[in-house]
Design a protein around this ligand. Structure first.
Ligand SMILES: Cc1cc2nc3c(=O)[nH]c(=O)nc-3n(C[C@H](O)[C@H](O)[C@H](O)COP(=O)(O)OP(=O)(O)OC[C@H]3O[C@@H](n4cnc5c(N)ncnc54)[C@H](O)[C@@H]3O)c2cc1C
Ligand code: SF4
Length: 495
C-alpha cells in the first residue's frame, strides 16, 4: 500500500452520478463521464492490504483486489490491468454491473465505509482499453479440437474466450440476432452502454472465436447432431423461464412479463425500432416484483415518459444497516439499497403513494381489473405480514394501465427442445444437472452459468465460464492450466 494511513485520512468517495433531471432524458450510463479517474488513486489507497483479505473470498472470481488497489494507488495502470485480467475476462462488465459482494467483505467495512473496489475495477478496465493494454491474444498453436458453446451471455463468452486462448476452435451459437445474452437484451444501457460489449466482442473475434447468431440449437440445429460434429459442447443457455402471477384478471391486455418489455426497449437502443411497441409513455405503470429486474423496468419506464411508476415488493422494507447476528460481516447483507433507478423515482416522485422511492413494500397483488375493452386499469393489493399472509383491512386499489411482472425465473427456457434432443437430466429445481466437473449426464456435454446454477449474477456467470473452460480443456487434452475459480456447488458466503 502506497500510503499506510490512507484509510484514516481519505473518506470514501464514489463515482458521481449525473443529475437525475439530466440522465432520465437519455439512455447513457448514469455516471459523470471522466469523473472517476481523478479520484480513484486516492480511493484505492484506502485499501489496508490486510493480512486476510476477505474481499478475495467474497468475489466469486477471486479477484486479486489488494494487489490492484496498490498498483492503482501507485498509478501503474499496465500492471494493474494485468493483475485484473488474470482473474476476470470482462472487468468493464463487472465494474459496472456487479453488486460488489467484495465490498461487503472488505475488512475496512467492519467499522468504516468499504474501499470502492468496484469503482477501482471499472477504472482499471476503462484505462486499459484507452491505453491499449488489452490486445487480442490469439493462441500460438491450435489443438485441433473443436468446441460448441451454446449461448452468448457472460458465461458462454467467458468459456469461449478461455477455450479459444487455450488453442481450441470455438463456435458460439446464439438464438438471438445479436451476441451478449442478458447483457444485450435484458440489462438497460443506462447500467452499461453496449459499446463495452462490442469492444470485447471485437477482441474475441480477433482471437479467433466464431459466432453464429440467429441459430437456436434445438430448433434450427439439432442438438444431438451438433454433439457429433464437435469434440465438446458447453451449454450456457441461461435461465429465463419466467414466473407467472396466477391472480384474477391476469388475462387482461397491458400486463406483460418484464422480459418481454425490456428487450423491446433495448431494441430501440440498438436502432431496430423507432419506438417500443410496449412503451410506457403516458401510462400508469405498476411493476410487480422488488428485485433487480423490476428496478430495470422502473428506470426504463421513467425514461420512456410514464405518467407514474410504482414497484411492489412482497418483502418488508429492509433495515438501513446489516443485522450483525443474522448476516454479520463479511457476508453480503440484505439492506435497504437505493439503486440509480430508485434514486430517480424518489426524486421525481413517480409513485406518490410510496414513501422514499417508487417501492411499496410488504405488498401482494390480489387481482387486476379492466375496462370494457379488456384492458387493465387497476391493481388491487393487500399488505402482508412477515409470513406473507394478508393483513385484513389493508386492501386498496391503485391505477394501473400497464403492469410489468418481474417475479424472477424458474430455470432454463425449455421451448427449443434442446434438453429433450440431448436427453439431459435436470435437477429438482429444473436447472441442468451436472457433476463436480461441470459434466452433464451426456458424455462430452458440459453445463454452466444460470442454466445450471439458476438465476445469478454476471460475476458468477464469468466465474462459471472460466471454470467450465478448465473442465472442458481437461476433458479434451487430459490436463489443463486454465484457472477454475469455483466449483459447481460453491455458494455466496453465508453464516
Ligand atoms: C433484467 C435483468 C437484469 C439483470 N441485471 C444484473 C446486474 O445488474 N448485475 C448482475 O450481476 N446480474 C444481473 N442480472 C443477472 C445476469 O444478467 C445473469 O445472471 C447472467 O446474464 C447469466 O449469464 P448466462 O450467460 O448464464 O445466461 P444469459 O445471459 O441468460 O445468456 C444465455 C444466452 O443463451 C441463449 N440461448 C438460450 N437457449 C439457446 C439455444 N437453444 N440456442 C442458442 N442460444 C440459446 C440466450 O438467447 C442467451 O443469449 C440481470 C438479469 C436480468 C434478467
Ligand atoms: S467482480 Fe464484483 S465481487 Fe469481484 S471484485 Fe469486482 S465488484 Fe467485487
Amino acid at each position: 500500500m502506497a500510503d499506510p494511513k490512507g484509510f484514516m485520512t481519505t473518506p470514501r468517495q464514489e463515482w458521481a452520478r449525473r443529475p437525475v433531471e439530466e440522465r432520465v432524458r437519455d439512455w447513457d450510463e448514469v455516471y459523470v463521464p471522466g469523473a472517476l479517474l481523478p479520484i480513484i488513486s486516492k480511493q484505492a489507497d484506502r485499501c489496508m492490504d490486510c493480512g486476510v483479505p476477505f474481499c478475495h473470498e467474497a468475489c466469486p472470481l477471486g479477484n486479486l483486489i489488494p494487489e490492484w488497489n496498490d498498483l492503482v494507488a501507485r498509478e501503474d495502470w499496465r500492471a494493474a490491468s494485468d493483475r485484473l485480467h488474470a482473474t476476470n475476462n470482462f472487468p468493464e462488465f463487472t465494474g459496472r454491473l456487479c453488486p460488489a459482494p467484495c465490498e461487503a467483505g472488505c475488512v475496512l467495512a467492519i467499522n468504516q465505509p468499504a474501499v470502492t473496489i468496484k469503482n477501482v475495477e471499472c477504472a482499471i478496465a476503462d484505462r486499459a482499453w484507452e491505453e491499449g493494454f488489452v490486445p487480442a491474444r490469439p493462441p500460438e498453436r491450435l489443438s485441433g479440437k473443436t468446441v460448441a458453446v451454446i449461448g452468448s451471455g457472460p458465461t458462454g463468452l467467458a468459456a469461449a474466450q478461455q477455450l479459444t486462448r487455450a488453442g481450441h476452435t470455438v463456435a458460439v451459437y446464439e438464438k438471438d440476432d445479436r451476441i451478449g445474452g442478458l447483457m444485450r437484451y435484458g440489462i438497460p444501457s443506462f447500467k452499461m452502454e453496449r459499446r463495452h460489449l462490442e469492444r470485447r466482442l471485437g477482441q474475441m473475434r480477433a482471437e479467433g472465436t466464431r459466432f453464429r447468431t440467429s441459430t437456436s440449437v434445438g430448433r434450427d440445429v439439432d442438438a444431438a447432431e451438433l454433439r457429433t460434429r464437435f469434440d465438446a459442447v458447453v451449454l450456457a443457455t441461461g435461465a429465463t423461464a419466467w414466473r407467472e402471477l396466477p391472480v384474477p384478471g391476469r388475462e387482461l391486455q397491458g400486463i406483460h412479463q418484464a422480459m418481454r418489455y425490456l428487450p423491446l426497449s433495448n431494441r430501440v437502443g440498438e436502432g431496430d425500432l423507432a419506438v417500443s411497441p410496449l412503451s410506457a409513455a403516458g401510462r400508469h405503470v405498476v411493476i410487480v416484483g422488488g428485485g433487480d429486474t423490476g428496478a430495470d423496468c422502473l428506470g426504463t419506464a421513467v425514461r420512456e415518459g410514464a405518467a407514474s411508476v410504482t414497484q411492489l415488493d412482497i418483502y418488508a422494507q429492509p433495515e438501513a444497516a446489516r443485522d450483525e447476528y443474522a448476516e454479520p460481516w463479511p457476508t453480503y447483507p440484505k439492506i435497504y439499497r437505493l439503486s440509480p433507478a430508485h434514486e430517480e423515482a424518489g426524486e421525481l416522485r413517480t409513485a406518490p403513494a410510496a414513501h422514499a422511492d417508487a417501492r411499496v413494500f410488504a405488498a401482494s397483488t390480489l387481482r387486476f381489473s379492466g375496462d370494457e375493452g379488456g384492458h387493465v386499469r387497476a391493481l388491487e393489493l393487500v399488505e402482508v405480514d412477515e409470513r406473507r399472509q394478508p393483513v385484513p383491512g389493508t386492501e386498496r386499489t391503485i391505477p394501473a394501465d400497464m403492469v410489468l411482472l418481474a417475479l424472477g425465473f424458474s430455470g432454463p427456457d425449455r421451448e427449443d427442445g434442446l434438453v429433450e434432443q440431448l436427453g439431459l437430466v435436470l435437477d429438482q429445481r429444473g436447472t441442468i444437472a451436472r457433476d463436480i466437473g461441470f459434466a452433464t449426464n451426456v458424455p462430452g456435454v458440459f453445463a454452466a452459468g444460470d442454466a445450471a446454477r439458476g438465476q445469478s449474477l454476471i460475476v458468477w456467470a464469468i466465474a462459471e465460464g472460466r471454470a467450465v473452460a478448465a473442465a472442458v480443456d481437461r476433458y479434451l487434452t487430459g490436463s489443463s492450466q486454465l484457472p477454475a475459480p469455483i466449483s459447481p456447488g460453491d455458494k455466496p458466503m453465508r453464516v
